[in-house]
Write a protein that binds this ligand. Structure first.
Ligand SMILES: NC(=O)C1=CN([C@@H]2O[C@H](COP(=O)(O)OP(=O)(O)OC[C@H]3O[C@@H](n4cnc5c(N)ncnc54)[C@H](O)[C@@H]3O)[C@@H](O)[C@H]2O)C=CC1
Ligand SMILES: O=C(O)CCC(=O)C(=O)O
Length: 409
């Protein structure tokens, strides 16, 4: 990668998965015009080719930014995830290469909560089954297996941005809300935190999952958990496909211990809209299957486009890494009449001392210095007089443990 930032029109931005046009507009408004826009995700071999000259890449949840992809992305400075989840990016491999990763932590949360609320109402009434039958010319006019949401208990697993909004909306239609979270949380409305997952599963009419993908949430709901759920209850998963053991769920639907489910995310999802969706759940009329569209509304996508593109432009413009998910967060003022240098290094004792000593030896006056570290890397931003920038860069590049050093401007 270049050690001196390029003119903005030379900074190549690869945007994948049809991110909203608002991202392009935001980047252009900030002076970035060299944008390669692709409507789909790319298979690894093609991605490796396309990313090799990109400085910034924007993705959604399908694109896998693996160690191998990062190896090929020698010019890359930042990844923008135009979504909440960042599990599709090897975050620590990116960090070790000095690549900052950004996301949009809130913008689509309302959309997910609204979809789930709708699914709760439809599933409690048995509408998916009646709908499927009507499409086949069958008429199932009966109140059997059809219930109001009022008075039913919703168990939310993962009481974060989505879980809390869902809880509030569910209470507004008369549901009792309880939740399980590994953290102690502030309960909104009349929601009650339950300390034990089994207890929540045993006492909920509807269970909805809103946890991130982590090693701990893999198969969080499997055979044993499904077995303790209330007979005839409903399971909803709009979090990540790894959280539910789909074969175990298919068995629970087969033996009718659950009355229905709504699943938006799958262990393996088609890479494009042209690929067939394969799942053992396709056979069940009482299951709502959606193609990972929980956050796919115009409102959410437009606002995600503005938010993530804005963060990428800011990082590229002035080095601000605020809200990066894998990187020390440094908030920076605008810079006038000086040069700004960025230095990303292994977090080991003495790095800053080395930098300051080297600068002192060369009579480089540090106008401002900003440092943040995490357990493995440090990110220091240094403003110096412009006529010292080249020598400062040389000194920074020679510091032990340097991952990246460059002149921003
Ligand atoms: N279907 C879709 O299109 C979308 C799916 N998502 C997924 O939804 C997930 C949740 O989103 P937010 O509510 O915004 O995240 P959040 O980070 O605000 O909340 C997640 C909550 O889960 C809790 N948690 C973590 N591990 C847990 C565990 N093992 N057991 C119980 N609780 C646990 C956390 O403490 C936190 O309170 C995202 O990570 C993403 O994977 C997000 C947006 C759209
Ligand atoms: O919109 C997408 O591609 C994925 C949405 C999602 O799952 C997320 O925001 O984590």
């Amino acid at each position: 990668m270049s050690k001196v930032s390029l003119a903005k029109d030379k900074i190549k931005i690869l945007l994948l998965e049809g991110v909203h046009q608002s991202a392009i507009e935001t980047l252009k408004r900030n002076g970035y015009s060299n944008i390669d826009y692709v409507k789909t995700s790319l298979p690894e071999n093609e991605l490796i080719e396309r990313i090799s000259d990109a400085h910034i890449v924007g993705i959604r949840s399908r694109t896998q930014i693996t160690d191998a992809v990062l190896d090929a992305a020698q010019k890359l400075i930042a990844v923008g995830c135009f979504c909440i989840g960042t599990n599709q990016v090897d975050l620590s491999a990116a960090k070790q290469r000095g690549i900052a990763v950004f996301n949009a932590p809130f913008s689509n949360t309302r959309s997910v909560a609204e979809l789930v609320l709708g699914e709760i109402l439809l599933l409690l009434r048995g509408i998916p089954l009646r709908n499927a039958m009507a499409h086949r010319g069958q008429w199932l006019k009966t109140a059997e297996g059809s219930f109001e949401a009022r008075g039913k208990t919703l168990g939310i697993i993962g009481y974060g941005h989505i879980g809390t909004q869902l809880g509030i909306m569910a209470e507004n239609i008369g549901m009792t809300v309880q939740y399980y979270d590994i953290e102690d949380k502030l309960s909104l409305g009349n929601a009650q935190q339950i300390q034990n997952l089994t207890q929540l599963l045993q006492s909920s009419d509807v269970v909805s999952l809103h946890v991130p993908e982590t090693p701990q949430t893999r198969n969080l709901i499997g055979t044993a958990e499904l077995a303790v759920m209330k007979k005839g209850s409903i399971l909803i998963n709009a979090s990540r496909g790894t959280v539910v053991d789909i074969d175990a769920l298919a068995e629970a639907l087969e033996d009718k211990s659950l009355s229905g489910a709504a699943i938006d995310v799958f262990p393996v999802e088609p890479k494009s809209n042209d690929e067939e969706f394969i799942s053992p759940l396709r056979q069940f009329d009482n299951v709502i299957l959606t193609p990972h569209v929980g956050g796919s509304t115009q409102e959410a996508q437009e606002s995600i486009g503005v938010e993530v593109a804005g963060k990428l432009a800011k990082y590229s413009d002035n080095g601000s890494s605020m809200t990066a998910v894998n990187f020390p967060e440094v908030a920076l003022p605008e810079l006038a009449n000086r040069s700004r240098l960025l230095h990303i290094h292994q977090n080991r004792p003495g790095v800053l001392t080395q930098i300051n000593q080297a600068f002192a030896q060369h009579g480089i006056n540090i106008a401002a210095q900003y440092l943040q570290t995490d357990e493995s890397i440090g990110y220091v931003v240094i403003d110096v007089d412009s006529d010292h920038s080249e020598v400062a860069l040389k000194e920074l590049s020679a510091v032990d443990g340097t991952i990246r050093a460059r002149i921003l401007h």
